[in-house]
Design a protein around this ligand. Structure first.
Ligand code: XUL
Ligand code: CO
Length: 437
């Protein structure tokens, strides 16, 4: 195998005092936290689309990334070389999983048949590299947003012919994911929404989306693929409104169409913030419904209003995420997929390593800090104490649905004005800060 990153070693764990930027200071894969290795808690994945296919162009300028393994062509040889470079990257960075869109790895042909042949061929190449390196597929997905045929959407297109193309693409992408032993399959409806309601029959489009997902569920059971289906919410961009707006909207849609048992959610930080939610909020909504399946790990920028997909380097953010993940007992078949890209100025191949190291170390710290917060218990105890009144006989009766408005009026009349305690927000923030080290 040629070396595509010849000057870069397998990245070692060197401890917090290390000043070698090509070392982990906090991510120690086999170290245990709460009785489990960091590797198992974090289940890191690298996103093929950003790591291998993102030239770092932006709306104002062309690609800057130096990718010596990529001749820029749509040939199968070039596609194979990229895969080879990617698996060398995964081995050197020590990431066990990856995620991909069908079109990231395989070019479209001039006919559907040729396109499918390309995907089959390159799935075989991925399979061989997985076997040789022990790397695994976290999830696969279909790119239903880049090709011009999807300009008006895919499953929610005004054209049933486009809907058919999308259906065929999903079928083949599920097959590829199945063949590669993927743990899951993601539906991110990049163009499933609208640009303007002036040309949109929203109820009709939503019913088409439901039919589309039902057919995918039906195909999954007939194909023998047992992986988890995920929906990834995002409020807009590139659409002005995306139907899978946020976790709550997705849950409502799944419930309405009796699909709750077939899907879980894949929550992404920068999508949460685009929806004017915190990541913590979105994770709580999903987790409370028992529907938090996987995480796209990135972050936005406070001055920029779009999906900038920064690598997640904010320790507060990673701590908040890992607190919720620990609370729910782990990610199970999901993972932390770095749906993140380097900045346009970080164009050297080595920057792929720096970026992933920064994200991995930030999550390793977040994991340790979250575990320490859980041992400390002051934050959990504060919440428990805040709701203590609900543990009284009256509170229990209300919670059990065993009370009427008249009962409560009688109670309110007998006690006068309630006494309330402070929410102690700043004190709690300070306790949280005690652990950030
Ligand atoms: C786009 C995005 C996608 C999905 C997979 O914002 O997050 O890359 O994660 O289609
Ligand atoms: Co994503």
């Amino acid at each position: 195998m040629s070396e595509y990153f010849p000057d870069i070693p397998v990245i070692p764990y060197a401890g917090p005092d290390s000043r070698d930027p090509l070392s982990f200071r906090y991510y120690d894969a086999d170290a245990e936290v709460e009785g489990r290795t960091m590797r198992d808690h974090l289940r890191f994945a690298s996103a093929y689309w950003h790591t291998m296919r993102n030239g770092l162009n932006d709306p104002f300028g062309e690609a800057t990334a130096i990718m010596p393994w990529d001749d820029g062509s749509e040939s199968l040889e070039n596609a194979e070389r990229r895969i080879e470079a990617f698996f060398e990257f995964l081995s050197k960075i020590g990431i066990d999983y990856y995620c991909f869109h069908d079109r990231d790895v395989a070019p479209e042909g001039t006919t559907l048949e040729e396109t499918n042949r390309n995907l089959d061929h390159l799935t075989g190449v991925l399979e061989r590299h997985q076997q040789a390196t022990g790397k695994k597929l976290l999830w696969g997905t279909a790119c239903l947003f880049a090709h011009p045929r999807y300009v008006h959407g895919a499953a929610t297109s005004c054209s049933v012919d486009v809907f058919a193309h999308a259906a065929s693409q999903v079928r083949r992408a599920i097959d590829a994911t199945h063949r590669l032993g993927g743990s899951g399959y993601v539906f991110w409806g990049g163009r499933e929404g609208y640009s303007t309601l002036l040309n949109t029959d929203m109820p009709r489009e939503l019913s088409h989306l439901a039919r589309f997902l039902e057919m995918a569920v039906d195909y999954r059971s007939r194909s023998g693929f047992t992986g988890q289906f995920f929906i990834e919410p995002k409020p807009h961009e590139p659409t002005s409104h995306q139907y899978d707006f946020d976790a709550a909207a997705c849950l409502n849609f799944l419930r309405e169409h009796d699909l709750l048992d077939e899907f879980m959610l894949n929550i992404e930080t920068n999508h949460a913030t685009l929806a004017s939610h915190s990541m913590e909020h979105e994770l709580q909504v999903a987790a409370a419904a028992g529907m938090l399946g996987s995480i796209d790990a990135n972050m936005g920028h406070e001055h920029l209003g779009w999906d900038t997909d920064h690598f997640p380097t904010d320790i507060y953010l990673t701590t908040r995420i890992m607190r919720i993940v620990l609370e729910m007992g782990g990610l199970d078949s999901g993972g932390l997929n770095f749906d993140a890209k380097r900045r346009r100025g970080s164009f050297e191949p080595v920057d792929l390593f720096h970026a992933h190291i920064a994200g991995m170390d930030a999550f390793a710290r977040g994991l340790r800090i979250a575990a320490a917060i859980r041992v400390d218990r002051r934050l959990d105890d504060a919440i428990q104490a805040r709701y203590a009144q609900w543990d009284t006989e009256l509170g229990q009766r209300v919670e059990a649905g065993d009370c009427t408005l008249e009962d409560l009026e009688a109670h309110a009349g007998s006690i006068g004005e309630p006494t309330l305690a402070s929410g102690r927000e700043e004190m709690l923030e300070s306790i949280f800060n005690d652990h950030i080290r």
